[in-house]
Design a protein around this ligand. Sequence first.
Ligand SMILES: Cc1ncc(COP(=O)(O)O)c(C=O)c1O
Length: 465
Amino acid sequence: MIAENFESQFARVQRAIADGPITPTVTPDEIRAHLQSRFDFAQPMALEDAILAVEEMMSKWQVQITHPRYFGLFNPSVTFASTVADSLVAMYNPQLASWRTSPAANEIEKFTLDWVARKFGLPGETLGNFTSGGAEANLSAVIVALTRSFPGYGDLGARSLHAAPAIYLTTEAHHSFAKIAHMTGIGRCGLRKVATDQSLRMNLEDLARQIEEDRANGFAPFMVVGTAGTTAAGAIDPLPELGDFCKTHDLWFHVDAAWGGAAILAPSLRNCLHGIEHADSVTCDAHKWFSVPMGCGMFLCRHPENVLEAFRAEAAYMPGKANGAAFDPYTSTVQWSRRFIGLKLFLSLVTQGESGYAAMIEHQARMGRFLRQLLSESGWCIVNETPLPLICFTRDGIDIPRFLGSLYDRQIAWMSEARIGGDPVIRACITSFRTTEQDVRQVVEGINQVIEVDSEVLSAPTESR
Ligand SMILES: Cc1ncc(COP(=O)(O)O)c(C=O)c1O
């Protein structure tokens, strides 16, 4: 009954979003004035009125990322079950810091993470945890890798290390690593940018050369990050070769599959993640291609002992240790108080089933191929290569900010600008399982019309092409 009422609300909101604008036009001053005029914490307001007022603001004043023509930044449309899960969690408000305070929630998360780890081909002892997102999962990976590679790091800190540690990744890797390098005491200069090939995949020869040079110069290479689905272009680094390389050179192999990881469920795509099974650790965000609300990241690591050492903590005020094979999340993760993050993925998997998920992911991959085909047929130059549904494209003389502004004003679609090899391109990613062929056609017709009717869009000076 609760689910039924909620489902009709959910359907109403999804319909309104699909029929409404995608991109808002509003200024900070307009919103601030609106808030000042409508709300005053000194005067209690009826919840019903408050909900209506807030919903009105959200329906008008945000980019609608669950719109079927939102072709944006890995933010998904969400399954109904996952939204129910978020409310259920808020109502019960379990504390997952320790196993003893939330046995059911902790075991549901473990059940789900074990399944995801098996899908990636990781070994049975893999320890997983849910995170706020990919940035926290990547942070966990670097902390655990540092702890394993430099036993003094945990107690004595980065300055106790015999040599400056270095992490190897490409310029296409996620920018969270720059913050992480700062936060962990490695410093941003400890990130080594490895060259890429034509398809933006890491170049193994350059990796080997840089590591050899760094070792000769007294640095301490300890980690290689392979990205499976880069943020700008959806490139997949050569995972099997990176796995072999890391093994031979005694380096931690982390795979950042924040978005691309879900491809493991799709029969036509899972081969492109071949090699991920050799990773020491993996980042995969359920709040991306697993279509659940933010924030729901996952960190998986095949070395539980290193995870437990990295996040070792003792506090007399915490409930006694879990019995048997269970770990207290406060001793195995970055977070302390912990929301029951994993329920949204669990409930979504239980209700869609693996086959339902495979169908959703295959569908989006098909829509990506269709978009690629229509763009190419209508004269756009496609500049990235990936089996994933992410298309980067351009055209001679295009003024991309003006072009995107025109798309937003006409409510054709939401896309973004990215850079490939330093050059600006338009980036369109299929992120909604609700996007249909009709949506894709409508978008391509719309963008071709923009080019026809707005002559300024194709008048950019040569250097910005
Ligand atoms: C490849 C990759 N890794 C990590 C992240 C960070 O994930 P989050 O935004 O969930 O922290 C992103 C975000 O888009 C990403 O694309």
